[in-house]
Design a protein around this ligand. Structure first.
Ligand code: ADP
Ligand code: ADP
Ligand code: SF4
Length: 620
């Protein structure tokens, strides 16, 4: 096969005892007597199942691809690597396994970002830089040691770093991607967890700035996702190491908390001259956070390429445009574009429901919420924004009838018969609502396909496949058990389940959590298309500004004092909504000159001050 092709077999999927070796039987070289596809691990006494092996020497490459078509379990990929990829891999896990090209280059005093999909080798790269994984330079059948690796990276920006790793001189602190799993590995309260990490004497400041104080004596088991995220960030930044690696800092955090976490990371780099490496999928925050950016692209699960560092501005712009300039590489057919001016509200849509003023409190002295009555329009995507703990989920529960309101005010839809769609004590708006909660807890022992087909009889139809399964990348996980899914997979199944139900209103709470940047883009367009084509009304609660911008027709803004009292304003046009919302946060956005992409302004910069004076926080 051509030098620039690889064959990748997913050994978790390959199960020759359940097919009749179709790949092997149909492979053209095999049919002429060559040993292209063979079996390995036949010695079942050692408990190794029989699996296939593809000779990359003999295989004819992507233009053949017969085995890929024949395999019933989607276990095989034959890929022509891009011609532009001239270097050897940094690491390959084995023959027919994932290979990684390029490594990020952390720099003292800088925040280095990595932007790209999951499964593209980011964790592999980090394990190499942390000295946990000795890369084999793609020569998986040879003995490669750190001296060989140093030789391969001589003269590059990684030379000094690799020399230090070889000498065992690099110390590393890491924040894991899935904070929800921390309670499984730690028994105790927040204070006990954090005190173990207090190596720089900076813990008190971190606890204060991340507002962890109120949960210091709470058991780790009882923390919410947002609290766990902040505790995990504090625990990582409190350590005294050379190199800090943070795998996603934003899931479950509101925008204020995201900006604070970004500033803490920047401070540690700038003031203490540390190297920070951050993987982040919220592009507005990544832009604020990083000094340089590596874009990662490739074929998730098969190969990944980490580009040389780019300026953050160029990296994000190129990513959004779908084309990497220096690499001469198209990574997506279409660009992602932002509207510079607030979209004009559509005037023709009909009203789905008008709801009255509502109040709800959880008891004497506990959280209370005031909802200003408003209108939800048929066929719109309504964005819902506001800090954590301000009553967004409470509002959702009032709408779904899972909570009863305390008082219901003047009802604008009251008819002459005096019938109200929402009475105190009866929160039923007479609407069927399909709800995806913030914390997705579908973990029964049931296969994804069985679960989804129990929700809709559209399951498997070509319409459903095109509009739901494909954009949410469900095909490859259909046969898996819900309980075995990763956070991002579970999120995609939950979004699909929510949209597949038949309902008057679809309510998605933080659909971006754990989705990589490419999946966010795809989920955004799936949700929008669904709303347009099904005449569906969708409400989306999210903290990713770009996602809300690309999704929402109008905005509903929550403000107040988190955990004490919240106020929900009526839905309003995007421009007014963004201004209200960002004024509460004191954050302004400017436009990138080349792409019109919104970028967070530096506080107190001239633009920031001017925009605040003008009252234009977003569409300036
Ligand atoms: P990311 O962090 O970008 O999600 P990873 O570096 O975790 O990606 O994984 C990239 C690919 O490498 C995945 O397809 C994964 O299955 C594969 N991989 C990870 N570890 C191993 C291993 N020890 N052996 C074989 N393949 C592996
Ligand atoms: P958001 O969705 O904006 O994060 P929530 O509506 O979940 O906010 O919660 C608002 C406040 O109400 C929080 O302080 C939360 O702790 C509190 N709260 C939520 N549910 C209950 C409940 N059942 N009993 C008492 N307090 C609650
Ligand atoms: Fe054989 Fe390669 Fe063709 Fe697969 S792609 S059938 S391994 S020649």
């Amino acid at each position: 096969m051509a030098d620039d092709s690889i064959a990748v077999v997913d050994l978790d999927r390959c199960q020759p005892d359940r097919c009749s070796y179709e790949c092997k039987n149909y492979c053209p070289p095999n049919r002429t007597g060559k040993e292209c596809i063979t079996l390995r691990g036949e010695d079942t006494d050692e408990g190794q199942p029989e699996q296939i092996h593809i000779s990359e020497e003999i295989c004819l490459g992507e233009t053949c691809g017969i085995c890929v078509e024949k395999c019933p379990f989607d276990a095989i990929e034959i890929i022509n690597l891009p011609k532009e990829l001239q270097n050897d891999p940094a690491h390959r896990y084995g023959e027919n396994a994932f290979s990684l090209y390029g490594l990020p280059a952390p720099q003292d005093g800088q925040v280095t970002g990595i932007l790209g999909p999951n499964g593209i080798g980011k964790t592999t790269a980090i394990r190499i830089l942390a000295g946990e994984l000795e890369p084999n330079l793609g020569r998986h059948d040879e003995d490669v040691d750190w001296d060989d690796i140093l030789e391969a990276y001589r003269g590059t920006e990684l030379q000094d770093y690799i020399a230090a790793v070889r000498d065992g001189d690099v110390t590393v602190a890491r924040k894991p991607q899935y904070v929800d799993q921390i309670p499984n590995t730690f028994d105790g309260n927040t204070r006990e967890l954090l005190e173990q990490t207090n190596e720089r004497g900076a813990l008190d400041e971190l606890v204060e700035r991340l507002s962890i104080g109120p949960v210091m004596d709470q058991s780790i088991d009882d923390l919410s996702g947002g609290e766990l995220q902040r505790v995990a960030i504090a625990a990582t930044l409190a350590r005294d190491t050379d190199f800090y690696f943070l795998d996603e800092i934003t899931p479950y955090l509101d925008i204020g908390q995201r900006v604070t976490a970004a500033r803490l990371i920047r401070d540690l780099a700038e003031k203490e001259d540390r190297s920070m490496l951050v993987i982040e999928h919220d592009l507005a925050i990544l832009d604020l956070l990083a000094d340089t950016l590596h874009v990662a692209y490739g074929e998730p699960g098969a190969y990944g390429v980490i580009t040389a560092p780019k300026s953050v501005r160029n990296g994000i712009n190129e990513y959004l445009s779908g084309y990497l300039d220096n690499e001469n590489m198209r990574i997506r057919p279409d660009p992602i574009e932002f509207e510079e001016h607030a979209p004009r509200a559509a005037s023709h849509t009909e009203t789905l429901v008008e709801y009255p003023d509502i109040t709800k409190s959880y008891g004497e002295g506990e959280f209370s919420l005031e909802v200003e009555g408003g209108t939800i329009r048929q066929n719109e995507v309504l964005g819902i924004v506001g800090p954590n703990g301000i009553g967004k989920s409470t509002f959702a529960k009032l709408l779904t009838g899972n909570l009863e309101p305390d008082t219901v005010g003047q009802d604008p839809t009251e008819t002459s018969s005096g019938q109200s769609p929402l009475d105190a004590g009866d929160a039923d708006l007479d609407l069927d609502i399909s709800y995806k909660p913030q914390y997705v807890t579908i973990d029964q022992h049931m296969r994804v396909d069985a679960f989804l087909s129990s929700i809709t009889d559209q399951f498997g139809s070509s319409y459903w496949n095109t509009e739901i399964a494909q954009p949410l990348q469900l095909e490859r996980i259909m046969e898996q058990n819900l309980a075995d899914l990763s956070g991002g997979e579970r999120q995609r199944v939950a979004i699909a389940a929510c949209l597949s139900d038949s309902a008057d209103l679809y309510l998605l709470d933080e659909p971006s959590a754990h989705l990589d940047v490419e999946q966010r883009v795809q989920a955004t367009s799936a949700i929008r298309r669904y709303a347009e084509q099904q005449d569906a009304t969708v409400m989306v609660i999210d903290h990713d500004t770009y996602m809300i911008d690309l999704l929402a027709d109008r905005l509903m803004v929550f403000d107040g004092e988190p955990a004490e009292h919240g106020r929900a304003g009526a839905p309003q046009p995007m421009r007014d909504g963004m201004n209200d919302f960002l004024a509460n946060l004191e954050v302004t956005f400017r436009r990138d000159e080349r792409t019109s992409r919104p970028r967070i302004n530096k506080p107190d910069s001239q633009l920031d001050k001017q925009q605040k004076t003008d009252g234009e926080y977003y569409y300036a």
